[in-house]
Design a protein around this ligand. Structure first.
Ligand SMILES: *[C@@H]1O[C@H](CO)[C@@H](O)[C@H](O)[C@H]1NC(C)=O
Ligand SMILES: *[C@@H]1O[C@H](CO)[C@@H](O)[C@H](O)[C@H]1NC(C)=O
Ligand SMILES: *[C@@H]1O[C@H](CO)[C@@H](O)[C@H](O)[C@H]1NC(C)=O
Ligand SMILES: *[C@@H]1O[C@H](CO)[C@@H](O)[C@H](O)[C@H]1NC(C)=O
Length: 289
């Protein structure tokens, strides 16, 4: 609605520029999830969302030539008026500094293909292909978004699943890949309190988030303080989805701009940040308090 008409765009533009001025901001990140896509269930969407968003961003860039403008985006390009991913998003690249691809929440309690990785690097070898960092970067660059304006979104959290003990193992002590899970028994995450059902923004009851920040995996005893699996915790390496260090290598190999972590406070002693930085060959200047 904020960008649907010329009048509304002008008002929103004024509000954004006012915010930048009041707080002397270097940049603004727009986290519209997602133009012309329903999402939670009660959003007002329009086939013109992506086009209107672009017109707004062009006006913002014109008014604020030096402002850092970034967009948090999904794993496929913005939807066009027909609801399919745009094949040319170069117009956005011209007016924003970078996009951060939210290559996470790929699998979770909503998944239909069993337990899977929150943020796979690759999914070409997965039984169900719901997307990955690799497919997302391919999709955006194929739609003419330059790789060097793409930051890869890297999560500092995972999603919980309840898997019964017969499904959990493929043989003694060996965890099964993509086992079925029971959504009704999803373990509470670190932000779920006592699990009381609350209503979402549309007023519908919503179950526990089941999100474990990286630090909470340590606090809960799944990982030790170095981030390695704790004694007695079974684990497996999924060579398809891989993980943090491989993503650092991928960022360099693809010539991406860098990474964007959701969210750095989920890290513990900068373990994830440092692993990424080491793989990318950049100096870690984060403190380790
Ligand atoms: C423009 O903004 C007003 C005020 O927020 C809103 O009521 C109206 O629906 C918006 N117009 C469109 C077309 O979304
Ligand atoms: C979409 O934009 C076109 C062209 O500006 C306009 O004619 C049409 O009414 C808009 N549709 C909606 C649903 O806003
Ligand atoms: C659970 O937490 C909610 C919100 O903090 C609180 O209102 C409720 O009384 C708690 N229920 C129990 C059984 O502790
Ligand atoms: C694991 O994946 C990497 C990267 O795709 C590949 O080079 C390697 O051969 C794979 N290793 C195994 C054991 O499948």
């Amino acid at each position: 609605m904020a960008v649907a008409t010329d009048t509304n765009r002008t008002a929103f533009l004024g509000a954004v520029l006012g915010l930048v001025k009041t707080y002397n901001l270097d940049g603004i990140d727009f986290d519209w999830e997602y133009p012309n896509k329903q999402g939670i269930g009660c959003n007002i969407i329009s086939p013109n969302d992506s086009a209107n968003f672009l017109v707004f961003l062009q006006a913002l860039r014109q008014q604020a030539p030096n402002l850092v403008i970034s967009l948090a985006v999904g794993i496929t390009p913005f939807l066009d008026a027909t609801g399919t991913p745009m094949t040319d998003v170069s117009g956005f690249a011209k007016v924003v500094d970078h996009i951060a691809i939210m290559a996470y929440d790929i699998w979770g309690s909503w998944s239909t293909g069993g337990v899977g990785p929150n943020a796979p690097l690759d999914d070409s070898c997965a039984p169900v292909k719901d997307g990955s960092a690799t497919s997302a970067v391919e999709a955006w660059t194929a739609a003419n978004f330059p790789a060097d304006q793409i930051a890869l979104g890297v999560p500092a959290y995972g999603h919980s699943f309840h898997v019964d003990s017969t499904s959990a193992y493929s043989s003694a002590g060996v965890l099964a890949a993509y086992p079925p899970f029971d959504k009704a028994l999803q373990p509470l995450g670190n932000d779920d309190g006592n699990g009381t059902i609350t209503n979402d923004q549309c007023g519908n009851p919503t179950g526990p988030g089941g999100v474990f920040d990286f630090y909470a995996m340590i606090d809960s005893g799944f990982l030790n303080m170095n981030g390695d699996p704790a004694p007695g915790i079974d684990y497996r390496w999924d060579n398809c989805s891989q993980t943090v260090i491989a993503k650092g290598n991928f960022i360099n190999a693809q010539g991406l701009k860098g990474y964007s972590m959701w969210q750095s406070q989920g890290d513990y002693n900068n373990i994830l940040t440092k692993a990424l930085h080491a793989a990318m060959g950049i100096q870690s200047d984060c403190s380790t308090d």
